[in-house]
Design a protein around this ligand. Structure first.
Ligand SMILES: [Zn+2]
Length: 697
């Protein structure tokens, strides 16, 4: 066993710098040996990919979050390295790499693909003695394979070099051991942990030792989650999902369910229509690689502005002022000339002139790097909204919910399931629609379903963010946010189109960026842009409006992907001191944990997917701080027991003996399996609501 376990940056000078923050802690301890041969991960210019990065340390990850990076899942300290999945462009990949991050896995490219880097290295040193305590020791069996996951805390919490080793023993006396890795969050020591370990059989005891000489009690691991859902009766109908579904497909499914089961379901139009799948039209006046002015329509492209042309001309006479005409859908800008007849207008002149002259029709701005240069005679250029989805209606979208139950008058306890706040999470509406249709289809024949729908009302919003989803399906598959562009000035350059939009799950009111919490961004181009203010977006308003209009809703599940998490509040903290939103009471925390085990057990019944115990808990503890997320507003403001799924658990690869990520848009067979197992989880939530209503918790 290596004593040099603490990972150090591959180059002693490698420091991850994000935004204005520089992390000083990465100045390495021992000089690392040469890295194992590592294939370079590179992207074609302009390409994006979902990449698992190895960061110098936990603090580097916190800086990534704070800078608004498009972080897909929480970091995982495994094998001594802080791993984080981030969607990056080729340029961002290069920038992160320069700052010391190492790309280790292309989980998904815009097309597809996966590569992996070799392991890093470690170092460590020794100090005094400590005491060790197991926080978690759970084992489970999945598809005939046994796993063990442990968390251990050392009393030497301030010593970053403490190494902890866990030793396990099975009933036949087989033993083995593995290292844990230190987990810090926002600069505070939490515990030591490692991903679940594959064991030959059920462990009957575990113990831990530390490099300081500390020794834990011998502990008997507990079965996880140790909860089994009721068996489904023969003839139970399921599997209503046969393909990924676009917002148009989802709307059609909602209408069909409303017609087919009209005595059990109402289709609810949510109050705020979204912008729709629409963008303003824009064109480069000039060569974007040299000097250009961006001319943009004030109205959306579909409102008669796609195809409008813009050009500059030389008036051919001396001493002419800047002028313009707009005629027959052609904007002609006549450039100014000097006494010798030479064109003297600059890019700034032209941009300011167009904006001032046609405030109802056009805005114009100078492209980054083109300020103050001579305006060329150019064009005509054609304005276009750049949207490729020809089948998508270009008008405001009415977001819909299904209201399901035998009695839909607010007298029964309500459960809300909502999905696709994040556009690219294509598997998530499949989960909520499968869940809804199972309830509806089995009511007539399954007594247990009938009993549920007689005592509970279920609300389902399959796609909270249809505009972003349409963009994800038609234009840019990694689109996370909505389609509303709040950027100003040069940030409106069409080259940045895939970075516009508001992160709906950072736009709510409790623990928000605007309140000083971590994990939302003020940068309109950030993956976690929080919007212009709390609830600035129609999409977030709709979720809250539905919950407020139905105060009998006491349970909610916000379905995201991917990573395999089951979480609840608090979901955010402030950076200084890592002060979280208030913790649930002891009783409530126990209720959440007990309920979570039931739901995790239900999910596992489908194909053996076991959500890790270390990934089951408060968002702020097991994932990251997500300022202004919806579950926190539902919980703290409306008193709803509000949970979050991240569907799409890592899958164990028996050949490589590693856990592998599945991504936002896995092959459909995987998405289908996720829809089935997580619908099982949602059904268990309805049973929990039913049980609690019966006992009036
Ligand atoms: Zn999400």
């Amino acid at each position: 066993m290596s004593s040099r376990r603490r990972w150090a940056a591959t180059a002693a000078t490698a420091v991850l710098t994000v935004g204005l923050l520089t992390h000083p802690g990465a100045s390495a301890a021992a000089p690392p040996s040469a890295p194992a041969t590592a294939p370079e991960i590179a992207l074609d210019p302009g390409q994006s990919a979902l990449i698992r990065f190895r960061l110098p340390d936990e603090a580097a990850f916190q800086q990534l979050v704070a800078s608004g990076a498009d972080v897909a899942t929480r970091p995982r300290t495994t094998d001594g390295q802080v791993m984080a999945d981030v969607v990056v462009t080729s340029a961002e990949l290069a920038a992160l790499t320069r700052r010391g991050a190492v790309a280790v896995q292309v989980i998904q490219t815009e097309a597809d693909g996966a590569r992996r880097l070799a392991e890093g290295r470690r170092s460590a040193r020794l100090a005094g003695e400590d005491t060790l305590q197991f926080l978690q020791a759970y084992w489970w069996t999945s598809n005939g394979r046994t796993f063990l996951q442990t968390q251990v805390a050392t009393s030497a919490s301030d010593d970053p070099d403490v190494e902890i080793t866990v030793t396990w023993t099975t009933a036949d006396g087989t033993t083995g051991s593995y290292p844990l890795y230190r987990f810090e969050d926002s600069g505070e020591y939490q515990y030591h942990v490692e991903v679940p370990q594959r064991l030959p059989a059920k462990p009957v005891k575990v113990s831990a030792t530390s490099s300081l000489g500390g020794r834990s009690r011998v502990v008997t691991p507990t079965a996880w989650p140790n909860a089994t859902p009721p068996p489904l009766p023969t003839g139970y109908q399921k599997d209503f999902i046969d393909a990924y579904m676009t917002p148009i497909d989802i709307r059609a499914r909602i209408q069909r369910l409303g017609r087919q089961y009209d005595d059990l379901v109402d289709v609810v139009d949510l109050p705020r229509r979204t912008q729709g799948y629409r963008r303003t039209a824009a064109a480069y006046l000039g060569d974007p690689a040299a000097a250009a002015v961006v001319v943009e329509s004030v109205k959306f492209g579909d409102q008669g502005m796609n195809g409008v042309q813009v050009r500059t001309v030389d008036p051919g006479r001396a001493n002419r002022p800047l002028g313009a005409t707009y005629r027959d859908r052609v904007l002609t800008v006549s450039l100014a000339t000097d006494a010798g007849g030479k064109v003297i207008s600059t890019t700034d002149d032209v941009a300011a002139f167009i904006t001032a002259r046609y405030p109802q029709r056009f805005t114009a701005f100078v492209e980054e790097g083109s300020a103050g240069v001579p305006m060329p005679v150019t064009g005509p250029a054609r304005l276009d909204d750049g949207l490729a989805g020809s089948e998508v209606p270009q008008r405001p979208w009415t977001v819909q919910a299904l209201r399901i139950g035998a009695v839909r008058d607010g007298s029964k306890v309500g459960v809300l399931a909502y999905s696709q706040e994040h556009a690219r999470e294509w598997a998530t509406p499949l989960v909520t629609l499968e869940f809804a249709e199972r309830l509806l289809a089995n009511y007539a024949t399954d007594p247990a379903t009938r009993e549920l729908l007689n005592s509970v009302e279920v609300f389902v919003i399959p796609t909270v963010n249809p505009d972003g989803a349409n963009y994800s399906f038609n234009d840019y598959n990694f689109q996370r946010k909505n389609l509303v562009n709040h950027c100003t000035g040069a940030s409106r350059d069409p080259a940045l189109r895939n970075s516009w939009g508001v992160d709906i799950n950072r736009n709510y009111t409790v623990g928000s960026y605007f309140d000083g919490y971590v994990g939302g961004s003020p940068n309109c181009l950030s993956g976690t842009y929080a919007g212009t203010g709390e609830l600035s977006e129609a999409e977030s308003n709709n979720v809250i409006a539905l919950a407020k209009a139905n105060p009998h809703i006491k349970y909610a599940l916000n379905v995201h992907s991917y990573g395999g998490y089951f979480m609840w509040s608090p979901g955010a903290y402030k950076a200084a001191g890592r002060v979280t939103l208030p913790r649930p009471s002891i009783d409530e925390a126990k209720y959440f944990q007990d309920s979570a085990r039931r739901i995790v057990g239900a999910i596992s019944a489908s194909r053996g997917t076991v959500t890790w115990p270390a990934y089951t808990g408060p968002v702020a503890d097991v994932l990251y701080s997500a300022a202004g997320n919806s579950a926190d507003q539902l919980y703290y403001e409306l008193g709803i027991a509000a949970w979050d799924f991240e569907v799409g658990n890592d899958i164990w690869n028996e050949d490589t003996q590693q856990w592998e990520g599945v991504g936002f848009q896995p092959p459909f067979d995987e998405a289908h399996a996720e829809s089935q197992e997580y619908a099982d989880g949602l059904l268990e939530l309805v049973r929990i609501a039913r049980d609690s209503a019966a006992t009036t918790r």
